[in-house]
Design a protein. Structure first.
Length: 380
């Protein structure tokens, strides 16, 4: 019990403002980089420059009025975000009815390693095994369950990984509610959609340490640029061609996907062979794949070899001797040809003259794209 209390107490010490006070909540988030911002930078949904400018409106505010103005300027509401806010406490109550130890949460938390790494989990608790866990709640008109294409496009795994990195949790309960996106007036009361399912989908997502290390590098690089901009020294941050950087990152991601795809392909192929290799042909076709297997056919065939000793003993007179002499003649003729060619080349060298211009590649162009040095050092 003491260990559990210590974990929660340590996390409590790193808690900041609640979104109940939106201005202070936004100000706290402006001090560092949050899970949503890490996700958006990782997916290139927004640029570092636009995020820096947004944060500077808070960091440079000197009066409560300026803070309120900054909060209003960053407040972008829609029917979708309004629906998410109204449903979150409802869904959180359902979550707690299933997992009583997961209490709803609305505050900004700082990482123990870097107090500018920030995250706002939707729930926090200690599971029956005594481990810290968090939750993340999402509503969407799309099916954003883990593994779906909409889930990958939204970057929710990146967001949850950062939240786990900040809090120290290693599991996150990912809770999703899909709605029908029907915003028609329902009896003159409200214009809001209906959930597709009776209860939200709940899935446990595990921490990915490799991704977390990459996100740390992204976060630290952003914070360096933010500090430089705040100090008015934008030249301190190197100029980055964002299009080139995006292409390079996509290339590296493609390499990683290619490597993972190769491993999956090869392991699956070996497993298929092991499964069907029973000596009989196999043909199977489903709506997704067709497999046909033809077993190996083995035949015995004669193998021949020359009995050289016997062949020599029974050879007509001089047969092998003439062969050796012919080989010697060929070698002598080849040596003579090389000598005469050298003589001709030396003679013709005296008559060389320029007859034109030819483009010759003396050094080929080279492109090498690798992960940033700091990223590789962190992974080592």
């Amino acid at each position: 019990m003491t260990a559990v209390v210590d974990v929660l107490a340590a996390l409590e010490e790193r808690a900041g403002a609640s979104d109940a006070d939106r201005t202070q909540w936004l100000l706290a988030r402006a001090q560092g980089i949050t899970a949503t911002e890490v996700r958006d930078l990782w997916l290139r949904k927004r640029t570092a420059r636009s995020l820096i400018e947004e944060k500077l409106t808070f960091l440079r505010a000197t009066t409560p009025e300026e803070l309120e103005a900054a909060a209003r300027a960053t407040f972008i509401d829609s029917k979708y975000t309004a629906w998410g806010r109204s449903q979150e406490p409802v869904i959180a109550a359902v979550v707690q009815s299933v997992f009583p130890y997961l209490a709803p949460e609305s505050r900004v938390f700082r990482s123990a390693e870097n107090d500018r790494w920030l995250g706002s989990p939707d729930g926090i608790g200690i599971d029956p095994a005594g481990e810290l866990v968090v939750s993340e709640i999402k509503t969407s008109k799309h099916d954003v369950r883990a593994g779906m294409s909409s889930y990958d496009r939204a970057g929710y795994f990146v967001q949850m990984t950062w939240i786990m990195r900040v809090t120290g949790a290693r599991r996150c309960l990912y809770v999703t509610e899909q709605h029908d996106s029907d915003w028609q007036d329902r009896g003159g009361q409200h214009q809001e959609p209906s959930p597709v399912g009776l209860v939200p989908t709940m899935e446990w997502i595990s921490y990915n340490s490799e991704l977390a290390r990459d996100l740390e590098q992204l976060a630290d690089g952003f914070l360096v640029a933010l500090d430089a901009a705040r100090a008015g020294d934008e030249s301190a941050a190197p100029a980055i061609d964002e299009e080139l950087d995006t292409l390079a990152v996509n290339y590296l991601r493609g390499l990683d996907a290619e490597k993972q795809g190769k491993q999956l392909k090869e392991s699956s192929y070996r497993a298929i062979v092991a499964l069907v290799d029973a000596g009989e042909p196999v043909v199977q076709e489903s709506p997704l794949a067709r497999v046909s297997w033809s077993p190996e056919v083995v035949e015995e065939q004669p193998v021949s070899a020359v009995d050289v000793v016997r062949a020599r003993s029974e050879a007509p007179g001089g047969l092998y001797e003439r062969l050796e002499q012919a080989r010697d003649d060929v070698e002598q003729a080849r040596a003579a040809l090389e000598r005469e060619q050298w003589a001709v080349d030396a003679h013709e060298a005296q008559f060389i003259e320029q007859s034109g211009v030819e483009r010759v590649v003396v050094k080929k162009s080279a492109l090498r794209v690798t992960a940033a040095k700091s990223t590789k050092e962190t992974k080592a």
